[in-house]
Design a protein around this ligand. Structure first.
Ligand SMILES: NC(=O)c1ccc[n+]([C@@H]2O[C@H](COP(=O)([O-])OP(=O)(O)OC[C@H]3O[C@@H](n4cnc5c(N)ncnc54)[C@H](OP(=O)(O)O)[C@@H]3O)[C@@H](O)[C@H]2O)c1
Length: 324
């Protein structure tokens, strides 16, 4: 049995844990917070055996096999590396780190310690997104020409110190939500030949909303992300012989439509739980097979995705304080 530890008990840690507990082989062993009370409450709520009041105590817990890192982006690298140096396998929330250099350092730590490391890019394991990838690769909509994907929600007045806008926490819409449409273009069309990007910045200097165009030899992808207004969160993949629309919210979708020959075929693929179950199963399967890397979302994939976002950030002029 693979025993899980959860580090950083915020919003996503709650959603993830609910899904972990839906799985027959999902065993929650321990949780860790900077607050003893929060750790105890969380452990009690979800039935974890141990509640740690420091992250370091979780690293030292010999009962734990894999640690899920759920802190803000800026500390993903630090806590993942500390966990891996303690011999733990790691599933780390997206984005894996704040820049490519940090991602490479994390991969080096995984290799040195011979432990599993994966970015928790859960959309990669969503059943509809897997099916859509298969369909476009089989030529269902002909030669691919255009992808349009967005992820925006309206929270322009969120406090500047929260992780949405706080540059110290690597705030901004690109790393938080823009990572998803960027990922979709990369998944379907690969690494682009050229990236063009622009943004409106928040008063903190974080990107409030960002648009990017990814140019490929025969195709163009457009991505839009932001915290300034809502968007339809439908992803559209257009080929010469038809289109596929991944239903809203496309990054955690429950289905998709194939639009072809004047008809629409709707396919419904409800997820187990919210959909974190699939990335969890991938980790468990890899560990059971002795694989230190997922074949579906590799270390190189995480490096490439971060590299695309580094390129966008260079163009929109967002630098995090730790990079200055
Ligand atoms: N996959 C998804 O759908 C999804 C959705 C939302 C977020 N995320 C990712 O998950 C990460 C966390 O997001 P969240 O929305 O869960 O954030 P959150 O609610 O603010 O929780 C983050 C937790 O990290 C810990 N933490 C450690 N250092 C911190 C610091 N300096 N400031 C604030 N918290 C700190 C805290 O836990 P303790 O107090 O217990 O130590 C806090 O509760 C982000 O990287 C985000 O991109 C993923």
């Amino acid at each position: 049995m693979i025993k899980w530890g959860i580090l950083g008990l915020g919003k996503i840690a709650n959603s993830f844990t609910k899904d972990l507990l839906l799985l027959e082989n999902g065993h929650l062993q321990a949780v860790a917070s900077r607050s003893a009370e929060k750790a105890q409450d969380f452990a009690q709520k979800y039935g974890a055996k141990t509640a740690h009041s420091t992250y370091e105590a979780l690293f030292a817990d010999s009962e734990v096999d894999i640690i899920y890192i759920a802190t803000p982006h800026d500390s993903h690298a630090e806590w993942s590396i500390a966990a891996m140096n303690a011999g733990k396998h790691v599933l780390c929330e997206k984005p894996l780190a704040i820049n490519k250099q940090q991602v490479q350092t994390m991969i080096n730590a995984a290799r040195k310690n011979k432990v599993f490391l994966m970015e928790a890019l859960w959309s990669r394991f969503n059943p509809s997104i897997r099916a859509v990838l298969d369909l476009v690769q089989q030529g269902e909509i002909g030669k691919l020409r255009h992808i349009e994907a967005n992820f925006c929600f309206s929270r322009p007045n969120a406090p500047a110190e929260t992780r949405l806008f706080n540059l110290d926490l690597a705030g901004g819409s690109l790393l938080d939500v823009g990572i998803y449409p960027t990922f979709l273009s990369y998944l379907i069309l690969g690494y682009p030949q050229q990236i063009l990007a622009t943004a409106n910045l928040h008063a903190t200097g974080a990107d409030l909303q960002t648009a990017a165009i990814f140019k490929y030899e025969d195709a163009i992808a457009q991505m839009m992300c932001g915290f300034a207004s809502n968007s339809d969160t439908v992803a559209k993949i257009n080929g010469e012989e038809g289109s596929i629309h991944i239903h809203s919210k496309w990054h955690e979708t429950q289905g998709y439509s194939i639009l072809k020959d004047g008809k629409e075929k709707i396919i419904s693929l409800p997820t187990n739980g919210k959909g974190f179950t699939y990335e969890i199963q991938e980790c468990i399967q890899c560990l059971q097979n002795g694989q230190l890397e997922s074949k579906l979302w590799t270390h190189q994939n995480s490096l490439d995705l971060m590299s695309m976002m580094d390129d966008i950030r260079a163009q929109i002029g967002v630098i995090y304080p730790s990079e200055a």
